[in-house]
Write a protein that binds this ligand. Structure first.
Ligand SMILES: Cc1ncc(COP(=O)(O)O)c(C=O)c1O
Length: 414
């Protein structure tokens, strides 16, 4: 069947990623570890090189041409990020090191807002980055954590008791958009609306969705949203915290240092406006420039198209893997993101991943920073294949072939 005229030319796009054109252990590389980090297109690599070759200087502080260019590039990246997620203004975009730092920032600045006996609501499918910062906040303040349960292997949130869970002294509800272990796409707009109805602040962990699905923070109705550049074709070391302007204005700073102050006395200081109030010290300027290029690139392809491409590959992978004796597939059959996790009975995921690596297939095995979730599901570790726009149906076939060989080699119990 001929693809519709508006479909991206996926093969041409793949050629934008030079790293993919290589062999590993004598086999063509099949990179299926995109949930951990994605590869970078030439446009991003070139933007980083161009910045360091021509424009590098520190931002905001000096009045010379290069500093002006670096500051303009950095602030342009902020405006780009605001458009990328439809924030009301660039002031709602705080640059951070990534999702982890964005969440830690919120958890830290929320300290004065919590009292002993307050509650922070999470779900059972959170990455450690969206769990441990809240544990620390709970320890600091005497607040409790509560969790929306996960149904079982199909990996959905059990929302039947959500209104109960949101009742009482709940101050914040933090949850992932797409689960990095199960692939579940959560109904973010509904979760934010239900939180709001109870007067609860919402935080969305968009680490696995920002580069894969269209995101509109105003439509989603979230108060905070966090993502990482490196999981969406951008560089490592740069990420975003989106926060509603009024909320950011009302919070105290995270770290102290240069950039975040308005005036400093020996004994005390006053704070810069948002977002600078939350950006102490020299930021990752080149990272922001690279992230800008990544956002341009992804929007050129279209995130709705990327989401459909991911879904097709993930569905094909599930269909192929399901037939392998002894293989237990985790995660939903519908509304699945670019992630497919499974366990082979009696075989440790690390052995499967090592076997696949010898065949040139890059997978990830382990707890995927979701230890409590895997404990609940009764699996010590899973093997995870995660896809991105440059992956192909032929690579899904190769995955299925290699996993089938691994199951035979190690003797998976049926
Ligand atoms: C769902 C989710 N949240 C948070 C993170 C943490 O992202 P980072 O390490 O880029 O801060 C990850 C990384 O795998 C993730 O998958």
């Amino acid at each position: 069947m001929k693809p519709p005229a508006f479909a991206p030319d996926w093969a041409a796009l793949r050629a934008d990623f030079p790293i993919l054109d290589q062999t590993v252990h004598g086999r063509p590389l099949v990179y299926l570890d995109n949930g951990a980090t994605t590869q970078k297109p030439r446009a991003v690599i070139a933007a980083l090189a161009r910045f360091y070759e021509r424009d590098n200087a520190n931002v905001h502080r000096a009045i010379h041409e290069l500093s002006f260019r670096a500051t303009t590039a950095y602030e342009d990246a902020r405006a780009r990020a605001a458009r990328f997620i439809n924030a009301a203004s660039p002031e709602e975009i705080v640059f951070t090191r990534g999702t982890t730092e964005s969440i830690n920032l919120v958890a830290y600045v929320f300290t004065p807002r919590l009292q002993p006996g307050d509650t922070i609501l999470l779900t059972e499918m959170e990455h450690h980055s969206n769990l441990v910062p809240w544990q620390l906040l709970a320890q600091r303040t005497g607040a409790h954590l509560r969790f929306v349960p996960v149904t079982g292997d199909e990996g959905l949130l059990d929302l039947r008791r959500l209104d109960d869970l949101l009742s009482g002294k709940v101050k914040l509800f933090a949850f992932t958009h797409v689960s990095n272990t199960l692939g579940t796409i959560n109904p973010v707009a509904e979760l934010c609306a239900r939180a709001r109805a109870h007067g609860v602040i919402s935080l969305v962990d968009a680490a696995q969705s920002a580069g894969h699905l269209p995101l509109d923070v105003q439509l989603l109705g979230c108060d905070f949203l966090a993502f990482s550049g490196h999981k969406m074709a951008g560089p490592t070391g740069i990420g975003v915290l989106y926060g509603r302007r009024a909320l950011l204005d009302s919070l105290e700073p995270f770290q102290g240092g240069g950039e975040m102050i308005a005036s400093v006395q020996f004994e005390e200081s006053t704070w810069n406006k948002v977002p600078h109030k939350f950006e102490a010290g020299t930021p990752d300027i080149a990272g922001a420039v690279g992230l800008h290029a990544a956002m341009d690139y992804l929007e050129g392809v279209g995130r709705a198209a990327i989401g459909r491409h991911d879904e097709e590959l993930a569905r094909a992978a599930c269909d192929r893997l399901r037939g392998i004796p002894g293989l237990r597939l985790l995660g939903p059959t519908e509304a699945r993101g670019a992630v497919v996790s499974f366990a082979l009975a009696g075989i440790h995921a690390h052995d499967v991943v090592t076997f696949a690596d010898q065949e040139g297939v890059a997978l990830r095995g382990g707890h995927h920073c979701t230890q409590p979730l895997l404990r609940k599901l009764g699996v010590p570790a899973t093997t995870r294949a995660s896809f991105y726009l440059y992956n192909t149906p032929a690579e899904v076939d190769r995955l299925a072939e290699v996993i089938s060989q691994a199951a035979k080699f190690f003797g998976a119990r049926d």
